[in-house]
Design a protein around this ligand. Structure first.
Ligand code: HEC
Ligand code: HEC
Ligand code: HEC
Length: 444
């Protein structure tokens, strides 16, 4: 399940002046009769399905609370600092969905964030990324959506308060400040593979929507691209040279992670990252996933930074083995760790065993805050998340906040070279509070 994007803006601010209204006002585009599914070529529909997977449309356009809802029929609840926003019905139902939208109206929504009736859409719909998607992909996406079954379902009403709910001022103003419309342009300094990767990552797949920090109005901060950000209690780590893991994210590590949900020298894609490989990247042609890996290996300058990787693995394996023998066995925290986690997380060879992430190499111990370590302990990792078919139990019921804090402090001091985390017990309670219901697989 893709989680909501935490600090989504719905926009703020009041703006006046005729010039502004000329900027923010758009006409309605006339409704059309729903096009027959047979009017689209099967190839276009097939290609469009990949664009839909790539943009996680179904993740945000399918209700998950209140017992769930039909795929793409909208009403997915996004909690934002400005109120709850419910996504639109994207099935071709003429009354409650987009059945009477022409391709031109759909294209305008993707390019500019304007609905068919001319109203401004909230950037909870990531049109700031979709504006990069090229006309062919948008046309294929339209063909795909319009050939799906129509579902009659009205989304619930947003709870965004006045005056932010006045879309023309609130959203129009937000766009004036932060939105740069326009299709992706190839960067001639880079090869075709890099440009393909950048096109997918920046546009449809909108990696930056989670991995770039946002300002107070919920727009991605310019100048901080891929610096990492908090999302639903997790940290989406930096994807640039600020990534703190001991082994650099090389093209091959990135490819393994993005294609299969696990990188041998880093760990698994859990939490909000889990659907990215599992629902999307696993469906694309392998060359597209390689292209995204190629692009991010350049973003984080892997070629010039990876020379110390072999030494980092050796160091991690030494740190990992240390707690089993020697003076550390006197350490009560080491014994707690050993009892709760040690059986599964012990590595002794020259490199970590596949399916057993080495904690000394994992972002969970190296980030500035313990969020991901706590989230993994509380949620566990389902068999369909992370590495396929391999699971980790939830310790939601098995460990108290105090226990989790002791394990976090212990791992940080024995498996990293970084300064200790602070306020660990308080942060454990805060992490626990982000889970609305205890996970069903919680151990006792
Ligand atoms: C991160 C969540 C998210 C993702 C991913 C997402 N959307 Fe949306 N979308 C929304 C929300 C929320 C709205 C409602 C915005 C509003 O009310 O202003 C919306 C609105 C829309 C609308 C306007 C519909 C209308 O009736 O006004 C269209 C069209 C749309 N999305 C298409 C897509 C497509 C196509 C994709 C995938 C390529 C997609 N969305 C992915 C959250 C998302
Ligand atoms: C819905 C939010 C979201 C989206 C979209 C997203 N990520 Fe992530 N990503 C996360 C989170 C949260 C984590 C941490 C997961 C974990 O540690 O298991 C993460 C982890 C990662 C990591 C591992 C970093 C590390 O140091 O361990 C990489 C690499 C990554 N993402 C790349 C991408 C790429 C490339 C895309 C776009 C194709 C993407 N992400 C889209 C939220 C997201
Ligand atoms: C029953 C075996 C088992 C136990 C016990 C266990 N783990 Fe895990 N852990 C796993 C497996 C397997 C994975 C990888 C799961 C996957 O990829 O699907 C994992 C993954 C992780 C990750 C990496 C997540 C990521 O996003 O890369 C962390 C961190 C972690 N475990 C911490 C712990 C801690 C702390 C404990 C003790 C409180 C613990 N584990 C106990 C089996 C276990």
């Amino acid at each position: 399940m893709l989680k909501r994007i935490a600090a989504i803006a719905v926009g703020l601010g009041a703006a006046g002046g005729i010039g502004f209204f000329a900027y923010a006002w758009y006409p309605a585009i006339a409704p059309v009769a729903r096009p027959a599914p047979s009017s689209f070529s099967p190839d276009a529909v097939k290609r469009g399905a990949l664009v839909a997977a790539g943009g996680y449309c179904a993740e945000c356009h399918t209700r998950t609370d209140n017992g769930g809802g039909p795929v793409m029929a909208g009403d997915y609840k996004m909690e934002t600092p400005f109120g709850d926003i419910f996504s639109s019905n994207l099935t071709p139902d003429p009354e409650t969905g987009i059945g009477n939208w022409s391709e031109a109206a759909f294209k305008r929504a993707m390019n500019l964030g304007i609905a068919r009736d001319g109203s401004q859409l909230y950037p909870a719909f990531p049109f700031d990324h979709f504006t990069k998607v090229n006309d062919q992909d948008v046309s294929d996406l339209y063909a795909y959506l319009m050939s799906q079954p129509a579902v009659h379902q009205e989304p619930r009403k947003n709870t965004v308060p006045f005056p932010i709910n006045i879309r023309i001022t609130g959203q129009g103003f937000w766009k004036l400040l932060f939105f740069k419309p326009g299709r992706y342009q190839n960067d001639p300094k880079h090869d075709a593979e890099w440009n393909r990767g950048a096109y997918l990552a920046i546009g449809d797949a909108h990696c930056g929507a989670c991995h770039t920090p946002r300002n107070l109005l919920g727009a991605e901060k310019s100048g901080s691209e891929y610096d990492g950000a908090v999302i639903d209690g997790w940290i989406a780590p930096p994807l640039n040279e600020h990534n703190p893991t001991p082994v650099v994210w090389t093209e091959e590590e990135l490819f393994q992670y993005l294609r299969f949900g696990v990188a041998p020298l880093h760990g698994s894609a859990a939490g909000p990252m889990s659907p990215v490989p599992h629902s999307f990247l696993s469906q694309l042609p392998e060359s597209d996933v390689r292209a995204i890996a190629h692009y991010y290996a350049d973003v984080d300058h892997a070629a010039t930074r990876s020379s110390g990787d072999a030494a980092a693995v050796t160091r991690a394996m030494q740190m990992s083995g240390r707690n089993l023998t020697g003076p550390q066995t006197q350490d009560a925290d080491a014994r707690l760790y050993q009892a709760a986690c040690g059986a599964c997380h012990y590595n002794s060879g020259p490199a970590p065993v596949s399916g057993r992430p080495e904690l000394a190499l994992n972002n969970a111990l190296w980030l500035d805050e313990p969020n991901n370590l706590y989230q993994v302990m509380l949620h566990g990792i389902g068999a369909k998340e992370g590495q396929d078919g391999i699971a980790m139990p939830s310790f939601y019921a098995g460990l108290t906040d105090h226990d989790m804090a002791r394990i976090a402090a212990y791992l940080r001091r024995t498996r990293t070279t970084l300064s200790p985390w602070t306020d660990l017990e308080k942060k454990a309670a805060q992490a626990r509070a982000t889970l609305k219901t205890p996970p069903i697989n919680a151990s006792h």
